[in-house]
Design a protein around this ligand. Sequence first.
Ligand SMILES: Cc1ncc(COP(=O)(O)O)c(C=O)c1O
Length: 454
Amino acid sequence: MSTIDRTRLESLIAREEQRYRAEHPASRSLYSRSTHLFGRVPMTWMNKWAGGFPLGFSHARGATVTDLDGHELIDFALGDTGAMAGHSPAPLVAAVADRIGTRGGVTTMLPSEDAELVAAELSRRFGLAEWSFSLSATDANRWMLRLARLVTGRPKVLVFSYSYHGTVDETFVVAEGGRAVSRAGNVGAAVDPATTTRVVEFNDVEALREQLGHGDVAAVLTEPALTNIGIVLPEPGFLEAVRAACDETGTLLIIDETHTFSAGPGGATRRFNLRPDALTIGKSLGGGVPCGAYGLSAELAARVRAAVAGGYDIVDVGGVGGTLAGNPLSLAAMRAVLSQVLTDEAFGPMEMLATRFAAGVESTIERYDLDWSVSQLGARCEYRFARPAPRNGGDSAASADEALEDYLHLYGVNRGILITPFHNMALMCPATTTTQVDAHQVMFESAVGELLDA
Ligand SMILES: Cc1ncc(COP(=O)(O)O)c(C=O)c1O
């Protein structure tokens, strides 16, 4: 196995940082004069990009973004999935212009015709009977957890260690020595999440059964494959065992498809033939126009209705809702994306490109005898600094290497290629081309070569 020379890595990072600073004066200037922004960026996580300041954004189309210095980059980050439909695809532009301009009206507190059409399409794809909307996947998860506690009368939720479901209080917890521990860096938690949440490692059926055996978990909230700590794929039979453990203990199963929608037109739920009680999704559904959705099985919807009849409020100030949720603009965007962009036919070519991407990365890993791995889920793939690929969140977290990530990210940006800042994720959209995938491969091989060639 090759080992990374850390001194060499540091000097390469310094070289790339220097080039980045020199070639991005407009981005640097935007950052330094943004003194009214907390952290000099619109959202503090934007400081995560490598290089000391993020690229200033000018415009984007299809699978490319252009920064303020006029560099056009191939975008494999795609807004960490928010732009999986590609940037500003024509049907989305037309639907948004029609909604805002021609017909008029962004938010009204009234149902539009698009809402039922979108809900019917989500039912066809994911199998859940009844749908509600939010403005983000985070809120879809939050509200679904409330409904789960309502119908089960149980206080806790169970998540897998190092999962991410948005800024949902109950989910910032990891498993340490069999105990639930607040995740490092958890900001201003209202209560210790160990009191609200049970947590086990992904792919550990026995631990899951044991924790659900306490009988106090309202719902298991999980992605079908973890995607926020690298991609951690489910082992054969694991998701079926999760369903069975939920059934045996009267626990609801909520599947979060926000990222795993990359697995196909009906996400991993359809691809793996899952049977969730509820499903949450957001991000790419509206092509980047803020939106989210949560679907309930017919049985769960009936249980919620029965519980609500007992005096709970899901109409006004009971804790589930938002005045902008379900607005006509979001729904027009979702309708356009589902009916004309991320169609049934769109996913095959996207997946083929991801397969080509992954094969290229794997060939470099093998050529340089690296203990790295690449994992794929449909149109999404990711390289990780561990081999074999980690089988749970804890192992995957342990394989993180910030310096290596910074190096690869900066090396890419300096050569016109963008991958997701929080890890090494690459996503294909309908506009991504073979040429773009091959450009990544040239960059990746060259970055690794400079690091390892004697
Ligand atoms: C699986 C999953 N669920 C939910 C969310 C939350 O999405 P948002 O930040 O758009 O609310 C994310 C965000 O990365 C996610 O990865």
